[in-house]
Design a protein around this ligand. Structure first.
Ligand SMILES: [Zn+2]
Length: 300
């Protein structure tokens, strides 16, 4: 579904908006991600109160990731550079955090020694919030395109090297899903390629058509009104109680799916689980019959 988008002539303004949305998503993700990477630096319990690491004991500890220091430092330094750049270009005062980081030397290589993962996350958050609150101004600047791409790349690279579970945030469209009507159609990028994304409904799992969306006449408006929200963890198994709550169906409906529609169950530790993906698929097949093509851009 994503391989056709390369051939489409997409309005450059739409591409810039898409790039801005992706940068916004990645900047929102950065503090948590960098804090997480910093937790990989020194395993818990190996640090003395004086902050000096001592050698690991005989107990098995998570391997010390020396590269995590460099990579987290590098990402932070690059974000600081962008803060410096935009403070100058937009004639705005940089955040205090940046001024403090620069107090010794303008060429900051990374965090100061002894910073905790939470501290690193907060320092990054100060920068990203500063950048995000100026994003509209930045978007009108001639170097916006390069910045959006770079900042998305910094976080993407870090995420690829240090993957964690959890899906973070994603841009969501101000338009309901054609199947379930829930305003949950969000973008999930599959690679670093800007137009290589899928449109997925966080509620029912419906997948929209990326190529059709990019050709939509109203796409500029859609891109502009996109918001960033937390993407739910993709759980594969739900207890029956969870399934009823997540899909907003009655227990009777769920039982009908199990008895008559072949929804598989799995019992573990005395609880009955159903497969979330299969349940969503069943739910969609029952609801898509009633849906029409009122919103062509999101339908396949
Ligand atoms: Zn949906």
């Amino acid at each position: 579904m994503t391989d056709t988008t390369a051939e489409i002539d997409v309005d450059p303004i739409v591409l810039l908006s898409l790039s801005a949305a992706r940068a916004r998503q990645r900047l929102n993700e950065a503090p948590g991600l960098i804090a997480y990477v910093r937790t990989l630096v020194v395993p818990a319990g190996v640090q003395r109160s004086d902050g000096l690491p001592r050698s690991a004991s005989k107990e098995a500890l998570a391997p010390l990731r020396v590269d995590a220091v460099d990579e987290a430092d590098n990402a932070y330094a690059q974000l600081l550079n962008w803060v410096g750049y935009w403070a100058e270009a937009l004639h705005t005062a940089p955040p205090v955090t940046a001024t403090y980081a620069w107090s010794n030397d303008r060429e900051v290589q990374g965090f100061r020694a002894g910073v905790t993962p939470e501290g690193a996350g907060l320092l990054v958050k100060n920068l990203t919030v500063w950048l995000l609150t100026r994003q509209d101004k930045i978007e009108r600047h001639e170097y916006a395109g390069g910045y959006f791409e770079d900042v998305a790349g910094i976080i993407w690279d870090l995420r690829k090297k240090f993957p964690r579970s959890g899906r973070g945030t994603r841009p969501v469209f101000p338009r309901p899903c054609p199947i379930c009507d829930s305003p949950s159609m969000g973008i999930e990028w599959q690679s670093e390629q800007l137009t290589d994304f899928t449109l997925v409904c966080a509620y029912c799992g419906f997948e929209g058509n990326t190529a059709a969306l990019l050709k939509d006449r109203d796409v500029r408006e859609l891109m502009r009104d996109m918001r960033v929200e937390d993407a739910q963890e993709a759980t594969s198994w739900w207890t029956k109680k969870q399934a009823v709550r997540e899909m907003r169906i009655t227990p009777q409906t769920l039982n009908r799916y199990i008895q008559h529609d072949g929804l598989r169950t799995h019992t573990a530790d005395g609880s009955v689980y159903v497969n979330a993906g299969q349940l969503r698929e069943l739910w969609r097949s029952k609801h898509s019959r009633g849906a029409n093509v009122r919103r062509p851009s999101l339908t396949p």
